[in-house]
Design a protein around this ligand. Structure first.
Ligand SMILES: [Ca+2]
Ligand SMILES: [Ca+2]
Ligand SMILES: [Ca+2]
Ligand SMILES: [Ca+2]
Length: 666
């Protein structure tokens, strides 16, 4: 699964960071025409020292030019002006509260700025607009709950921007005619989130190492073109749409992720010219009608096309090769699958699986079609250095901290440090459990130890009756203890556990909001992030999803389980045990155990309801006695140690207690 990713990474590394600088160096205003220019920073006569002061003195058509520097401001813009940074060294820092730019007039352009650190409240964003013709170009947007919010407006343009560590990059809510182009989304929980919006063009975007690249709900007339979505959270979907119609996906490159494209209750979806490989499930149409996949290369996925209650689908003129579990799986679906290349002149010999399906495959192609594989933006730039300078959380006040290193004397004495000699406890992590010594001290009250690996989990529930039983907690704790890891579950005793409100419908966007409200408590600097793994025991997830890992901000430190799913699926007598095993399964993902590490993890073959691939999958992984295998996920409350021979895997040897602080795939 790794070779194409390696090529891509090589390409990405070959892009010098200087090209980022040159992208953003051109400072002339794209919209300056006729108005006057006001200057902020710099040392010219009459220059303003704050952006807000200059903005307040600017009128429609004027330009505010911002010299390099860091401006710790919240700016409200009430006239139709252009704000231009000298380069992205012009930094607007909202100091982890409120919104950086609130736009209250039509026709405002923000160009060539680095905007960062907005607040953690529900409405806080780097840029928030309810007025038409908002334009954001050549900007860097980092560290925020929300990047650009456009709400109830039209003619929104986001062009040539980079989003890094933003929980929701671009939110389009009840908008018309919006464009997001030439932009990069890195470590974004959801890159582009569109709701009840009509007319969206997404072109030449790149999304990597986040949760979901593009998420669409109740939208119409969407074009996703020439975009690359890759290596996003293996438990989420690169391109997800629900209750939407009129979606065209052209020339996109989607690879090395869990699910490439998933359409739920959609109509009129047309994917063409795409290049989709090394995913678990490439394309899924569920309860959807009139969906097509044509002229695409779909290979090296576990399942290439998965139809569930899909009507009137067309899968034609594709090259469908070397998909490991099934090429076309159809459950209660009808599909025209003629004119495909199935990897053999004999056609789909053992490639199509299904039940209650009406699939036509004959005639098929006798040779692969020649598709150009130039699909997808290739301008990936890892904005690795964007996040160095942030306002850090205030230090924990420590009583009797003689050497002022943030950790009190008694703790240092207890663990053999010299309380009169300054230690870099914020970086020291002698037991390599991801908790530095300051965090070990903070969690000392709950039994952590700087020389003994600790694993903390915060559990929030939608119903006070949800949760693990004491007996199951003890069994799970014992399993970890056997591998010298102390498991600490906060389901009430460590200050984080909440009973959170019922949500009628929970999707990835809902989970991001719950994460910010009930885990971070709306504070971007919340110290529990990176210390606790976060769990939501939800009533439901989507319509019928059982559970998955999600990214609430920038890392895969969280998972959610649907309690109703298990109440319906599992006899009451087994429920306590199954809750525990699936809890441990999703927890394992946040410890770095994913399908791309070992294909027996989340082995789709054991789930697919069709006999042949099912039996094959069962036999392949029969010795892998782990809750990470779908085969045993409801039975075994443990990970495997790889000692059982062929098909087994050493989960315990691969547990990475720091993965949830720096998650990555592909
Ligand atoms: Ca000290
Ligand atoms: Ca530690
Ligand atoms: Ca420890
Ligand atoms: Ca909580």
């Amino acid at each position: 699964m790794k070779k194409s990713a390696a090529v891509l990474v090589a390409v990405m590394l070959a892009v010098p960071l200087a090209s980022l600088a040159s992208h953003h160096a051109s400072s002339p205003s794209p919209a300056a025409s006729g108005g006057s220019t006001l200057y902020v920073g710099g040392d010219g006569p009459g220059n303003y020292t704050s952006i807000q002061a200059a903005v307040d003195h600017a009128g429609d058509g004027d330009t505010v030019y911002v010299y390099g520097g860091t401006y710790r401001e919240h700016v409200t813009v009430a006239s139709s002006i252009t704000i231009v940074g000298a380069s992205t060294d012009a930094v607007v820092d909202a100091r982890a509260n409120d919104t950086a730019f609130t736009l209250t007039a039509p026709g405002i352009t923000l160009h060539s700025l680095h905007i960062r650190n907005s607040g953690g409240g529900r409405a806080d964003a780097l840029i928030s607009s309810r007025f038409p013709a908002t334009s954001v170009t050549d900007c860097l947007l980092s560290r925020a709950r929300q990047g650009v919010i456009a709400d109830g407006t039209s003619d929104v343009t986001v062009h040539n921007c980079t989003f890094s560590r933003v929980a929701k990059g671009v939110s389009l809510l009840s908008c018309r005619d919006t464009n997001v182009t030439n932009s990069t989304f890195f470590k974004t929980g959801i890159g582009i989130w569109a709701y009840e919006t009509t007319g969206i063009v997404i072109r030449d975007i790149f999304s990597e190492q986040g949760g979901t690249g593009v998420m669409l709900r109740a939208v119409h007339d969407v074009l996703v073109q020439r975009s690359t979505l890759s290596s996003n959270n293996e438990n989420q979907v690169n391109l997800y749409a629900e209750y939407a119609d009129g979606i065209q996906v052209d020339d996109c490159h989607i690879h090395d992720s869990g699910f490439a494209a998933h359409f739920e209750e959609c109509t009129d979806v047309a994917m063409t010219g795409c290049h989709i490989h090394d995913n678990k499930i490439a394309v899924r149409f569920s309860e959807s009608a009139s969906c097509t996949l044509t002229h695409s290369d779909v290979y090296a996925n576990d399942v290439a096309v998965y139809l569930v209650a899909a009507e009137n689908s067309t899968i034609s003129h594709n090259n469908l090769e070397q998909n490991y579990v099934s090429t076309l799986a159809a459950d209660d679906s009808a599909c025209d699958a003629r004119y495909n290349w199935w990897g053999s002149r004999l056609g789909p010999v053992d490639e199509v699986h299904g039940s209650v399906m009406r699939v036509r495959t004959y005639p098929w192609l006798q040779a692969p079609e020649n598709h150009s594989r130039t699909a997808g933006a290739q301008h990936a730039i890892r904005p690795a250095d964007l996040d160095g300078e942030t306002d850090s959380a205030p230090p924990l006040s420590a009583d009797n901290d003689t050497d002022g290193d943030g950790v009190p004397d008694w703790w240092e004495e207890q663990y053999g440090y010299n309380p009169e000699e300054w230690n870099d406890h914020g970086r020291l992590d002698p037991d390599n459990d991801g908790l530095n010594n300051v965090e070990e001290y903070r969690t000392d009250q709950w039994g952590s130890h700087p020389f003994q690996q600790d694993l903390f989990i915060e559990v929030d529930v939608m119903n006070a009756s949800y949760g693990l039983t004491e007996k199951k907690k003890q069994q799970m704790t014992a399993a970890f203890a056997e591998h010298n890891i102390s498991l600490h579950i906060d389901d009430g005793g460590m200050g984080g556990s909440d009973v959170i409100p019922h949500e009628g419908y929970v999707n990835y966007a809902t989970l991001v909001d719950l994460y910010w409200t009930y885990f971070l408590n709306e504070k971007p600097g919340c110290w529990r992030k990176g210390v606790f793994h976060y769990v939501i025991l939800s009533d439901t997830l989507f319509k019928t999803m059982p559970g998955f890992v999600f990214i609430g901000w920038d890392e895969a430190d969280s998972f959610a389980l649907s309690m109703r799913y298990y109440m319906q699926e599992i006899p009451a007598v087994f429920q306590d045990h199954v809750h525990a095993t699936v809890f441990m399964h999703e927890l394992g993902h946040t410890l770095g155990l994913f399908h791309d590490l070992y294909p027996g993890i989340d082995n789709e073959s054991s789930l697919i309801p069709f006999p042949l691939p099912f039996i094959e999958g069962q036999l392949t992984y029969i010795r892998y006695l782990s809750c990470m295998s779908y085969q045993y996920a409801w039975q075994i409350l443990d990970y495997s140690d790889g000692s059982r021979g062929r098909g087994d895997f050493d989960d315990w040897g691969h547990v990475d207690l720091t993965f949830f602080q720096d998650s990555h795939w592909g």
